[in-house]
Ligand binder design. Structure first.
Ligand code: FAD
Ligand code: EPU
Length: 336
Protein backbone atom coordinates (compact mmCIF):
# COMPACT_ATOMS: atom_id res chain seq x y z
CA UNK A 1 0.00 0.00 0.00
CA UNK A 2 1.66 3.12 -1.23
CA UNK A 3 0.54 6.73 -1.56
CA UNK A 4 1.64 8.30 -4.82
CA UNK A 5 1.82 12.05 -5.25
CA UNK A 6 0.81 14.09 -8.32
CA UNK A 7 -0.26 11.01 -10.26
CA UNK A 8 -1.96 11.37 -13.64
CA UNK A 9 -5.45 9.87 -13.56
CA UNK A 10 -5.46 9.37 -17.35
CA UNK A 11 -5.38 5.55 -17.12
CA UNK A 12 -8.04 5.64 -14.40
CA UNK A 13 -10.93 7.41 -16.16
CA UNK A 14 -12.77 6.29 -19.29
CA UNK A 15 -12.81 9.84 -20.74
CA UNK A 16 -9.00 9.51 -20.80
CA UNK A 17 -8.57 12.92 -19.16
CA UNK A 18 -5.06 13.77 -18.10
CA UNK A 19 -5.74 15.21 -14.67
CA UNK A 20 -3.45 15.04 -11.64
CA UNK A 21 -4.40 13.57 -8.29
CA UNK A 22 -2.62 15.27 -5.39
CA UNK A 23 -2.43 11.88 -3.63
CA UNK A 24 -3.45 8.44 -4.89
CA UNK A 25 -3.62 5.05 -3.23
CA UNK A 26 -5.35 1.74 -3.82
CA UNK A 27 -6.74 -0.55 -1.11
CA UNK A 28 -7.65 -4.21 -1.37
CA UNK A 29 -9.09 -4.89 2.07
CA UNK A 30 -10.71 -3.13 5.01
CA UNK A 31 -7.51 -2.91 7.06
CA UNK A 32 -5.74 -1.08 4.26
CA UNK A 33 -8.73 1.22 3.85
CA UNK A 34 -8.75 2.06 7.59
CA UNK A 35 -5.03 2.73 7.54
CA UNK A 36 -5.34 5.06 4.53
CA UNK A 37 -8.22 6.93 6.12
CA UNK A 38 -6.11 7.49 9.24
CA UNK A 39 -3.26 8.88 7.14
CA UNK A 40 -5.69 10.96 5.07
CA UNK A 41 -7.07 12.69 8.19
CA UNK A 42 -9.12 15.66 6.98
CA UNK A 43 -8.10 15.55 3.31
CA UNK A 44 -10.91 15.57 0.74
CA UNK A 45 -11.50 12.06 -0.65
CA UNK A 46 -12.50 10.78 -4.06
CA UNK A 47 -13.49 7.12 -4.20
CA UNK A 48 -12.67 5.62 -7.53
CA UNK A 49 -13.87 2.41 -9.14
CA UNK A 50 -13.28 1.95 -12.86
CA UNK A 51 -13.62 5.71 -13.55
CA UNK A 52 -16.31 5.14 -16.19
CA UNK A 53 -18.88 7.55 -14.82
CA UNK A 54 -16.84 10.59 -13.83
CA UNK A 55 -15.78 13.78 -15.57
CA UNK A 56 -12.59 15.22 -14.10
CA UNK A 57 -12.71 18.97 -14.66
CA UNK A 58 -9.74 20.04 -12.52
CA UNK A 59 -6.80 18.60 -10.56
CA UNK A 60 -8.08 16.47 -7.70
CA UNK A 61 -7.08 17.81 -4.28
CA UNK A 62 -6.69 15.44 -1.36
CA UNK A 63 -6.64 11.66 -1.72
CA UNK A 64 -8.00 9.51 -4.52
CA UNK A 65 -8.79 6.07 -3.11
CA UNK A 66 -9.06 3.31 -5.67
CA UNK A 67 -11.20 0.45 -4.49
CA UNK A 68 -9.59 -2.90 -5.32
CA UNK A 69 -11.44 -5.18 -2.92
CA UNK A 70 -11.95 -8.32 -4.98
CA UNK A 71 -13.62 -11.68 -4.58
CA UNK A 72 -16.88 -13.44 -5.40
CA UNK A 73 -18.23 -15.82 -2.77
CA UNK A 74 -21.44 -17.73 -2.22
CA UNK A 75 -23.22 -16.10 0.72
CA UNK A 76 -26.28 -18.34 0.84
CA UNK A 77 -28.89 -20.27 -1.03
CA UNK A 78 -32.59 -21.07 -0.84
CA UNK A 79 -34.90 -23.05 -3.08
CA UNK A 80 -35.06 -20.38 -5.76
CA UNK A 81 -32.00 -18.19 -5.24
CA UNK A 82 -28.26 -18.03 -4.93
CA UNK A 83 -26.75 -15.19 -2.93
CA UNK A 84 -23.34 -13.93 -4.05
CA UNK A 85 -21.24 -11.51 -2.03
CA UNK A 86 -18.98 -9.58 -4.38
CA UNK A 87 -16.04 -7.31 -3.56
CA UNK A 88 -16.65 -3.70 -4.64
CA UNK A 89 -13.46 -3.69 -6.70
CA UNK A 90 -14.54 -6.60 -8.92
CA UNK A 91 -15.06 -5.69 -12.55
CA UNK A 92 -18.81 -5.59 -13.23
CA UNK A 93 -18.77 -7.52 -16.50
CA UNK A 94 -16.52 -10.21 -15.00
CA UNK A 95 -19.17 -10.68 -12.29
CA UNK A 96 -21.90 -10.95 -14.97
CA UNK A 97 -19.88 -13.57 -16.86
CA UNK A 98 -19.28 -15.47 -13.61
CA UNK A 99 -23.08 -15.61 -13.07
CA UNK A 100 -23.67 -16.81 -16.64
CA UNK A 101 -21.04 -19.53 -16.45
CA UNK A 102 -22.58 -20.79 -13.17
CA UNK A 103 -26.13 -20.52 -14.62
CA UNK A 104 -27.19 -17.94 -12.03
CA UNK A 105 -29.80 -15.79 -13.76
CA UNK A 106 -30.67 -12.11 -13.51
CA UNK A 107 -27.54 -10.17 -14.45
CA UNK A 108 -27.41 -11.09 -18.16
CA UNK A 109 -29.16 -7.94 -19.47
CA UNK A 110 -26.53 -5.89 -17.64
CA UNK A 111 -23.67 -7.39 -19.65
CA UNK A 112 -20.73 -5.24 -20.70
CA UNK A 113 -21.49 -2.22 -18.52
CA UNK A 114 -18.03 -0.82 -17.74
CA UNK A 115 -16.80 -0.16 -14.22
CA UNK A 116 -16.75 -1.97 -10.92
CA UNK A 117 -19.34 -3.67 -8.75
CA UNK A 118 -19.04 -1.08 -5.95
CA UNK A 119 -20.20 1.77 -8.16
CA UNK A 120 -23.22 -0.17 -9.44
CA UNK A 121 -25.50 0.76 -6.52
CA UNK A 122 -24.39 4.42 -6.69
CA UNK A 123 -26.64 5.04 -9.68
CA UNK A 124 -28.53 1.74 -9.74
CA UNK A 125 -27.01 0.86 -13.11
CA UNK A 126 -29.45 -0.28 -15.73
CA UNK A 127 -29.75 -1.44 -19.31
CA UNK A 128 -32.10 -3.34 -21.60
CA UNK A 129 -35.05 -3.48 -19.21
CA UNK A 130 -33.19 -4.48 -16.03
CA UNK A 131 -31.68 -2.47 -13.19
CA UNK A 132 -29.23 -3.47 -10.50
CA UNK A 133 -32.03 -3.18 -7.92
CA UNK A 134 -33.73 -6.21 -9.55
CA UNK A 135 -30.92 -8.53 -8.39
CA UNK A 136 -29.78 -6.59 -5.34
CA UNK A 137 -29.95 -8.04 -1.84
CA UNK A 138 -27.79 -5.81 0.39
CA UNK A 139 -24.45 -4.06 0.61
CA UNK A 140 -21.78 -3.17 3.11
CA UNK A 141 -20.28 0.30 3.20
CA UNK A 142 -17.69 2.00 5.37
CA UNK A 143 -18.88 5.21 7.02
CA UNK A 144 -16.03 7.67 6.62
CA UNK A 145 -16.79 9.83 9.69
CA UNK A 146 -17.83 7.07 12.10
CA UNK A 147 -15.20 4.55 10.97
CA UNK A 148 -17.54 1.60 10.91
CA UNK A 149 -19.10 -0.83 8.49
CA UNK A 150 -22.84 -0.37 7.89
CA UNK A 151 -25.19 -2.82 6.15
CA UNK A 152 -27.78 -1.41 3.75
CA UNK A 153 -30.90 -3.31 2.68
CA UNK A 154 -32.57 -2.66 -0.67
CA UNK A 155 -35.05 -0.27 0.99
CA UNK A 156 -32.20 1.62 2.71
CA UNK A 157 -30.61 2.32 -0.69
CA UNK A 158 -33.74 4.09 -2.06
CA UNK A 159 -32.96 3.07 -5.62
CA UNK A 160 -34.51 5.06 -8.45
CA UNK A 161 -33.73 5.61 -12.12
CA UNK A 162 -29.94 6.19 -12.02
CA UNK A 163 -30.34 7.21 -8.35
CA UNK A 164 -29.67 5.98 -4.82
CA UNK A 165 -29.02 7.40 -1.34
CA UNK A 166 -25.29 7.26 -2.12
CA UNK A 167 -25.70 9.74 -4.96
CA UNK A 168 -27.94 12.01 -2.88
CA UNK A 169 -28.42 12.09 0.91
CA UNK A 170 -25.20 10.19 1.71
CA UNK A 171 -23.03 11.54 -1.11
CA UNK A 172 -19.39 11.36 -0.10
CA UNK A 173 -20.13 9.70 3.27
CA UNK A 174 -19.79 6.00 2.50
CA UNK A 175 -17.36 3.73 0.73
CA UNK A 176 -19.15 0.67 -0.61
CA UNK A 177 -16.99 -2.38 0.15
CA UNK A 178 -19.14 -5.32 -0.97
CA UNK A 179 -22.48 -5.99 -2.62
CA UNK A 180 -24.62 -9.10 -2.13
CA UNK A 181 -26.75 -10.13 -5.10
CA UNK A 182 -29.80 -12.38 -5.18
CA UNK A 183 -29.77 -14.42 -8.38
CA UNK A 184 -32.35 -16.80 -9.73
CA UNK A 185 -31.76 -20.52 -10.12
CA UNK A 186 -34.57 -20.60 -12.68
CA UNK A 187 -34.20 -17.83 -15.26
CA UNK A 188 -36.86 -15.20 -15.88
CA UNK A 189 -36.04 -13.77 -19.29
CA UNK A 190 -36.36 -10.07 -20.05
CA UNK A 191 -36.54 -9.62 -23.79
CA UNK A 192 -39.22 -6.92 -23.88
CA UNK A 193 -36.61 -4.44 -25.07
CA UNK A 194 -37.26 -4.62 -28.82
CA UNK A 195 -33.64 -4.61 -29.87
CA UNK A 196 -32.95 -7.85 -27.94
CA UNK A 197 -35.69 -9.81 -29.71
CA UNK A 198 -34.54 -8.53 -33.09
CA UNK A 199 -30.94 -9.41 -32.32
CA UNK A 200 -31.88 -12.94 -31.19
CA UNK A 201 -33.91 -13.45 -34.35
CA UNK A 202 -31.09 -12.14 -36.50
CA UNK A 203 -28.73 -14.67 -34.92
CA UNK A 204 -31.25 -17.48 -35.41
CA UNK A 205 -31.60 -18.15 -31.66
CA UNK A 206 -34.71 -20.28 -31.17
CA UNK A 207 -34.14 -21.35 -27.56
CA UNK A 208 -33.71 -18.58 -25.00
CA UNK A 209 -30.91 -18.80 -22.47
CA UNK A 210 -29.12 -16.31 -20.24
CA UNK A 211 -25.98 -16.79 -22.35
CA UNK A 212 -27.88 -15.98 -25.57
CA UNK A 213 -29.37 -12.83 -24.02
CA UNK A 214 -25.97 -11.73 -22.74
CA UNK A 215 -24.42 -12.23 -26.17
CA UNK A 216 -27.25 -10.31 -27.85
CA UNK A 217 -26.86 -7.40 -25.41
CA UNK A 218 -23.10 -7.39 -25.97
CA UNK A 219 -23.54 -7.23 -29.75
CA UNK A 220 -26.09 -4.40 -29.53
CA UNK A 221 -23.91 -2.41 -27.15
CA UNK A 222 -20.81 -2.85 -29.32
CA UNK A 223 -22.73 -1.61 -32.37
CA UNK A 224 -24.05 1.51 -30.62
CA UNK A 225 -21.67 2.71 -27.96
CA UNK A 226 -18.11 3.93 -28.49
CA UNK A 227 -15.44 1.78 -26.84
CA UNK A 228 -13.67 3.96 -24.24
CA UNK A 229 -10.38 2.27 -25.17
CA UNK A 230 -10.75 3.89 -28.60
CA UNK A 231 -12.74 7.09 -27.95
CA UNK A 232 -12.95 8.50 -24.42
CA UNK A 233 -16.49 8.60 -23.01
CA UNK A 234 -18.58 7.78 -19.95
CA UNK A 235 -21.67 6.28 -21.58
CA UNK A 236 -24.84 8.37 -21.45
CA UNK A 237 -23.80 11.80 -20.28
CA UNK A 238 -27.37 12.82 -19.38
CA UNK A 239 -30.33 10.98 -17.93
CA UNK A 240 -33.46 10.44 -19.99
CA UNK A 241 -35.81 13.12 -18.59
CA UNK A 242 -39.20 12.15 -17.16
CA UNK A 243 -41.98 14.59 -17.98
CA UNK A 244 -45.74 14.68 -17.41
CA UNK A 245 -48.07 13.07 -19.95
CA UNK A 246 -49.60 16.53 -20.60
CA UNK A 247 -46.22 18.07 -21.43
CA UNK A 248 -45.43 15.09 -23.67
CA UNK A 249 -48.74 15.45 -25.54
CA UNK A 250 -48.06 19.16 -26.06
CA UNK A 251 -44.60 18.43 -27.41
CA UNK A 252 -45.96 15.70 -29.64
CA UNK A 253 -48.14 18.27 -31.43
CA UNK A 254 -45.08 20.32 -32.35
CA UNK A 255 -42.69 17.34 -32.75
CA UNK A 256 -44.71 14.28 -33.84
CA UNK A 257 -41.63 12.04 -34.00
CA UNK A 258 -40.61 12.64 -30.35
CA UNK A 259 -39.55 9.37 -28.67
CA UNK A 260 -40.94 8.55 -25.22
CA UNK A 261 -41.94 5.56 -23.06
CA UNK A 262 -44.54 5.55 -20.25
CA UNK A 263 -43.21 5.36 -16.68
CA UNK A 264 -46.01 4.47 -14.28
CA UNK A 265 -49.32 6.14 -15.07
CA UNK A 266 -48.37 9.81 -15.03
CA UNK A 267 -44.98 10.23 -16.62
CA UNK A 268 -43.19 9.70 -19.90
CA UNK A 269 -39.48 9.06 -20.15
CA UNK A 270 -38.22 10.96 -23.17
CA UNK A 271 -35.19 9.77 -25.16
CA UNK A 272 -32.60 12.45 -24.42
CA UNK A 273 -30.57 11.19 -27.39
CA UNK A 274 -33.46 12.16 -29.67
CA UNK A 275 -33.80 15.63 -28.09
CA UNK A 276 -30.07 16.28 -28.43
CA UNK A 277 -29.99 15.04 -32.00
CA UNK A 278 -32.97 17.23 -32.94
CA UNK A 279 -31.26 20.21 -31.33
CA UNK A 280 -28.50 19.65 -33.89
CA UNK A 281 -25.67 18.31 -31.71
CA UNK A 282 -25.21 14.77 -32.99
CA UNK A 283 -21.72 14.48 -34.52
CA UNK A 284 -20.79 18.00 -33.33
CA UNK A 285 -17.12 18.46 -32.54
CA UNK A 286 -15.17 21.42 -31.23
CA UNK A 287 -11.49 20.67 -30.79
CA UNK A 288 -11.41 17.21 -29.26
CA UNK A 289 -14.70 17.49 -27.36
CA UNK A 290 -17.72 16.14 -29.17
CA UNK A 291 -21.17 14.62 -29.25
CA UNK A 292 -20.91 11.08 -30.62
CA UNK A 293 -21.94 10.61 -34.24
CA UNK A 294 -23.92 7.39 -33.59
CA UNK A 295 -25.36 8.16 -30.13
CA UNK A 296 -26.07 11.79 -29.28
CA UNK A 297 -26.43 11.01 -25.55
CA UNK A 298 -22.73 10.16 -25.35
CA UNK A 299 -20.20 12.99 -25.10
CA UNK A 300 -16.72 12.05 -26.23
CA UNK A 301 -13.07 12.99 -25.96
CA UNK A 302 -11.36 12.44 -29.30
CA UNK A 303 -7.93 12.72 -27.69
CA UNK A 304 -6.86 15.87 -25.95
CA UNK A 305 -10.05 17.54 -24.78
CA UNK A 306 -10.06 18.82 -21.21
CA UNK A 307 -12.78 17.94 -18.72
CA UNK A 308 -13.73 21.61 -18.67
CA UNK A 309 -14.27 21.63 -22.46
CA UNK A 310 -16.53 18.60 -22.21
CA UNK A 311 -18.37 20.21 -19.31
CA UNK A 312 -18.87 23.43 -21.31
CA UNK A 313 -20.21 21.40 -24.23
CA UNK A 314 -22.68 19.75 -21.86
CA UNK A 315 -23.79 23.22 -20.68
CA UNK A 316 -24.43 24.32 -24.26
CA UNK A 317 -26.42 21.16 -24.95
CA UNK A 318 -28.53 21.65 -21.82
CA UNK A 319 -29.34 25.25 -22.83
CA UNK A 320 -30.19 24.45 -26.41
CA UNK A 321 -32.43 21.47 -25.49
CA UNK A 322 -34.17 23.68 -22.94
CA UNK A 323 -34.70 26.46 -25.51
CA UNK A 324 -36.12 24.08 -28.10
CA UNK A 325 -38.21 21.71 -25.95
CA UNK A 326 -38.57 23.35 -22.51
CA UNK A 327 -36.94 20.27 -20.95
CA UNK A 328 -34.06 20.58 -18.51
CA UNK A 329 -31.56 17.72 -18.96
CA UNK A 330 -29.82 16.38 -15.85
CA UNK A 331 -26.30 15.00 -16.04
CA UNK A 332 -25.85 11.33 -15.24
CA UNK A 333 -22.06 11.53 -15.08
CA UNK A 334 -20.48 12.61 -11.76
CA UNK A 335 -18.65 15.92 -12.15
CA UNK A 336 -15.43 16.14 -10.14
P1 FAD B 1 -16.55 5.39 -11.16
O1 FAD B 1 -16.66 6.18 -12.39
O2 FAD B 1 -15.20 5.06 -10.64
O3 FAD B 1 -17.36 6.14 -10.01
C1 FAD B 1 -18.65 6.62 -10.25
C2 FAD B 1 -19.16 7.32 -8.97
O4 FAD B 1 -19.30 6.37 -7.93
C3 FAD B 1 -18.17 8.37 -8.43
O5 FAD B 1 -18.94 9.40 -7.85
C4 FAD B 1 -17.38 7.61 -7.38
O6 FAD B 1 -16.87 8.46 -6.37
C5 FAD B 1 -18.45 6.67 -6.82
N1 FAD B 1 -17.92 5.39 -6.37
C6 FAD B 1 -17.26 4.47 -7.11
N2 FAD B 1 -16.99 3.38 -6.39
C7 FAD B 1 -17.49 3.62 -5.15
C8 FAD B 1 -17.53 2.87 -3.93
N3 FAD B 1 -17.00 1.65 -3.85
N4 FAD B 1 -18.13 3.43 -2.86
C9 FAD B 1 -18.68 4.66 -2.94
N5 FAD B 1 -18.67 5.41 -4.04
C10 FAD B 1 -18.09 4.89 -5.13
N6 FAD B 1 -24.27 2.95 -16.80
C11 FAD B 1 -25.49 2.36 -16.75
O7 FAD B 1 -26.20 2.47 -15.74
N7 FAD B 1 -25.98 1.67 -17.80
C12 FAD B 1 -25.30 1.51 -18.95
O8 FAD B 1 -25.77 0.87 -19.88
C13 FAD B 1 -24.00 2.11 -19.04
N8 FAD B 1 -23.27 2.02 -20.17
C14 FAD B 1 -22.05 2.60 -20.24
C15 FAD B 1 -21.32 2.47 -21.42
C16 FAD B 1 -20.06 3.03 -21.54
C17 FAD B 1 -19.30 2.88 -22.83
C18 FAD B 1 -19.50 3.72 -20.43
C19 FAD B 1 -18.12 4.30 -20.52
C20 FAD B 1 -20.23 3.87 -19.25
C21 FAD B 1 -21.51 3.32 -19.16
N9 FAD B 1 -22.29 3.44 -17.99
C22 FAD B 1 -23.52 2.84 -17.91
C23 FAD B 1 -21.78 4.21 -16.83
C24 FAD B 1 -20.85 3.38 -15.91
O9 FAD B 1 -20.41 2.22 -16.54
C25 FAD B 1 -21.56 3.00 -14.61
O10 FAD B 1 -22.04 4.14 -13.94
C26 FAD B 1 -20.62 2.23 -13.65
O11 FAD B 1 -21.34 1.72 -12.57
C27 FAD B 1 -19.48 3.10 -13.15
O12 FAD B 1 -18.59 2.28 -12.45
P2 FAD B 1 -17.13 2.74 -12.11
O13 FAD B 1 -16.53 1.71 -11.20
O14 FAD B 1 -16.39 3.04 -13.33
O15 FAD B 1 -17.44 4.08 -11.29
N1 EPU C 1 -32.05 8.27 -30.13
C1 EPU C 1 -31.97 9.19 -31.14
N2 EPU C 1 -30.74 9.71 -31.48
C2 EPU C 1 -29.60 9.34 -30.84
C3 EPU C 1 -29.69 8.40 -29.79
C4 EPU C 1 -30.92 7.89 -29.45
O1 EPU C 1 -32.98 9.56 -31.75
O2 EPU C 1 -28.55 9.85 -31.21
C5 EPU C 1 -33.37 7.72 -29.76
C6 EPU C 1 -33.74 6.52 -30.60
O3 EPU C 1 -35.07 6.68 -31.00
C7 EPU C 1 -33.68 5.35 -29.65
C8 EPU C 1 -33.92 6.00 -28.31
O4 EPU C 1 -33.37 7.31 -28.43
O5 EPU C 1 -34.65 4.41 -29.96
C9 EPU C 1 -33.25 5.29 -27.16
O6 EPU C 1 -31.87 5.10 -27.47
P1 EPU C 1 -31.04 3.85 -26.91
O7 EPU C 1 -31.84 2.60 -27.05
O8 EPU C 1 -29.69 3.90 -27.50
O9 EPU C 1 -30.99 4.12 -25.37
P2 EPU C 1 -30.70 5.44 -24.55
O10 EPU C 1 -31.98 5.94 -23.99
O11 EPU C 1 -29.89 6.39 -25.35
C10 EPU C 1 -30.45 4.15 -22.29
C11 EPU C 1 -29.52 4.24 -21.14
C12 EPU C 1 -28.24 3.46 -21.44
C13 EPU C 1 -28.62 2.01 -21.67
C14 EPU C 1 -29.60 1.92 -22.84
C15 EPU C 1 -30.15 0.52 -23.03
C16 EPU C 1 -29.91 6.29 -19.92
C17 EPU C 1 -29.46 7.67 -19.65
N3 EPU C 1 -29.20 5.61 -20.82
O12 EPU C 1 -29.80 4.83 -23.39
O13 EPU C 1 -27.38 3.54 -20.33
O14 EPU C 1 -27.48 1.22 -21.95
O15 EPU C 1 -30.73 2.80 -22.59
O16 EPU C 1 -31.00 0.20 -21.97
O17 EPU C 1 -30.88 5.83 -19.32
C18 EPU C 1 -25.66 4.86 -19.35
O18 EPU C 1 -26.44 5.06 -18.41
O19 EPU C 1 -24.49 5.31 -19.37
C19 EPU C 1 -26.13 4.07 -20.49
C20 EPU C 1 -25.37 3.86 -21.57
Amino acid sequence: MQIQQQLSLKPYNSFGLDVLAENFAAFSNLNELEELLTVAEQQPLLILGGGSNILLTKPVDGLVLKNEINGIEKAGEDEEHIYLRVGAGENWHRFVLYCISHRYAGAENLSLIPGNVGAGPMQNIGAYGVELKDIFHSLEAWHIGDNKLVTFSKEDCAFGYRESVFKNKYRGQFIITSVTFKLNKKPVYHVEYGAITQELEKEGVTELSIAAISEAVIRIRRSKLPDPAVIGNAGSFFKNPEISIEQFEQLKKAFPAIVGYPVGTEHIKVAAGWLIEQAGWKGYRQGDAGCHEKQALVLVNYGNASGEQIYLLSEKIIHSVNDKFGISLQREVNIV
